[in-house]
Design a protein around this ligand. Structure first.
Ligand code: NBP
Length: 488
């Protein structure tokens, strides 16, 4: 072991936390020209394993925070890849004790953006730069090129930018999938919404599969062919591609389609819930993402599902008359609902930026999601075009390309939602997306009645369509209207 005080400062970047993500990210860094990577893990075995299994990476191992700091050239730059939460705080505290002003600490874990805001503020006091960076792409992305969403101060971007650009995924047009999203928690906020959109995308695909299977009787392998075909068109995306792979997989033990032997209870690590909770507090309707998150919760309540199994459904069997026509309707419903999910997700980013004072370039965000991350899709180019043409547009799905797609797909979308309801097949994401579409395009909403009710029981007042001011009806008196101060 090297003595911390004499360790040569040979590394230009370091990684703390060498589990799945950290070890792969460290290998990715080491594979890039000019990088020498210091590695440290709380328990020594992971460090030794990584160094011994990958001699080609020429890692500089460290076995204490002091030694780690000593091996890094100044200004020191370290990326933390540990379990989000208390572990991140523990590592930040340890690093701030051995780092100096001007050094950079990057948290690449899935931190809650409000934690990142808090950490950035606390670390800034020490003169050290703190950057919360969302990293998407899982194990493979970390190794071969993730999509990276860094926040933090502008100053750190000067050092960090070239390093992150060198390890990020590369979009089809050659652009690296990384951009300085905004200050403090902006990067983790955007990563959170990315994951929320991912939940919606996955649920929509699952609903499409379920409807096709139950409506046409096709086998999972046959439906894999349908998804593979869809992947050649406007739905082309990583998630559609892997869906075909999953549906084609046969279980070695039973010879059954693997999808039929996997327990139908979906897990979650919490980023979908964060997206929905944050949207609720910002007042942004992300109903597709919320339904997808709730669908996972519903699936994972076996006692309630067992109790609910006795409830009646429709009497008639569900069988579609024209399988090919139905599959095309489902494809259109999927594309339309997907447009809603992305429109809602970008709406949340816009609202978050406004609330927290971040300047976020929405076109740049859609561009850095084109490769490396789980929601990578051809479709993101269209989003980049839409925000490129009108950066301040209030509603992504009303941009010409998407409005046109929705206009083409809405009849099929309605047929699918009707068919699902009549057949008793749950399609929460398809149907809530359609309800959002109809809500947002409605000339007049029954919100007027809600305002009347609120004024009745709580004197919450209302506004009128025909004159300015705030009004209250004297419901318990002679029911005349009075002009009111809006103080309730
Ligand atoms: P885990 O989330 O499983 O965390 C394990 C790592 O945290 C180990 O290196 C462990 O050290 C370290 N750690 C813990 Br636990 N407590 C610590 C402490 N008090 N001090 C120092 N180190 C501590 O690893 P992962 O799956 O590689 O994910 C890393 C981060 O990347 C997470 O924030 C995760 O949410 C995020 N992320 C993961 C994925 C993915 O696909 N897995 C994708 C995107 C982002 P030990 O070896 O000594 O126990």
């Amino acid at each position: 072991m090297t003595d911390a005080s004499t360790a040569p400062a040979v590394a230009n970047i370091g990684v703390v936390g060498l589990a799945v993500m950290g070890s792969n990210l460290a290998r990715n860094l080491a594979s890039r020209e000019g990088n020498t990577v210091a590695v440290f893990n709380r328990s020594r075995d992971k460090t030794d394993l990584l160094v011994s299994e990958h001699p080609e990476a020429e890692f500089v191992p460290a076995y204490s925070y002091e030694e780690f700091a000593a091996t890094l050239a100044k200004p020191r730059t370290a990326i933390i890849m540990v379990k989000a939460g208390a572990a991140t705080d523990a590592v930040i505290t340890a690093l701030t004790e051995v780092f100096e002003p001007g050094d950079i600490i990057v948290d690449g874990g899935n931190a809650l953006f409000t934690d990142t805001i808090r950490r950035e503020k606390a670390v800034r006091e020490t003169g050290i730069n703190f950057v919360g960076a969302g990293i998407s792409g899982g194990e493979e992305g970390a190794l071969t090129g993730p999509s990276i969403m860094p926040g933090g101060p502008d100053e750190s971007w000067v050092t960090l930018g070239p390093i992150l650009r060198s390890i990020a995924a590369v979009a089809p047009d050659g652009e690296p999938c990384v951009t300085h999203v905004g200050h403090d928690g902006a990067g983790h906020f955007v990563k959170m919404v990315h994951n929320g959109i991912e939940y919606a995308d996955m649920q929509l695909i699952a609903e499409a599969y379920d409807l096709i299977r139950r409506g046409t009787g096709k086998t999972p392998a046959e439906i894999a062919d349908v998804f593979a075909e869809w992947n050649t068109g406007e739905l082309e995306s990583y998630l559609i591609e892997i869906t075909a792979e999953v549906l084609r997989q046969v279980d070695a033990a039973t010879g059954q389609p693997l999808v039929d032997v996997i327990l139908d209870q979906a897990g979650a690590k919490g980023t979908g819930a964060w997206t929905v909770q944050t949207a609720l507090s910002l007042g942004v309707p992300v109903s597709g993402i919320a339904e997808a998150t709730f669908a996972r919760s519903l699936s994972s309540r076996p006692d309630q599902r067992a109790a609910g199994a006795a409830l009646p459904g429709p009497d008639e069997e569900f069988e579609v008359a024209d399988a090919d026509a139905f599959i095309e309707d489902v494809r259109q419903a999927l594309f339309a609902s997907k447009i809603v999910a992305y429109s809602q997700g970008f709406d949340e980013i816009r609202a978050g930026a406004e609330q927290y004072g971040w300047s976020i370039d929405l076109a740049a965000i859609s561009k850095i999601w084109r490769a490396g991350c789980i929601i990578r899709a051809q479709f993101l180019n269209r989003i980049a075009d839409a925000y490129g043409e009108a950066p301040d547009q209030p509603l992504l799905m009303a941009a010409p390309y998407f409005a046109d797609a929705l206009s083409r797909g809405q009849a099929a979308w309605r047929r699918v939602v009707v068919a699902a309801a009549q057949a008793g097949i749950p399609s929460p994401a398809f149907s809530s997306s359609l309800a959002y579409y109809d809500g947002i395009r409605a000339e007049r909403l029954p919100a007027a009645l809600v305002q009347g009710q609120r004024d009745f029981f709580g004197a919450h007042t209302y506004k009128r369509i025909d004159k300015p001011g705030t009004f209250h009806t004297l419901w318990s008196g002679d029911r005349t209207e009075v002009e009111a101060e809006d103080t309730h």
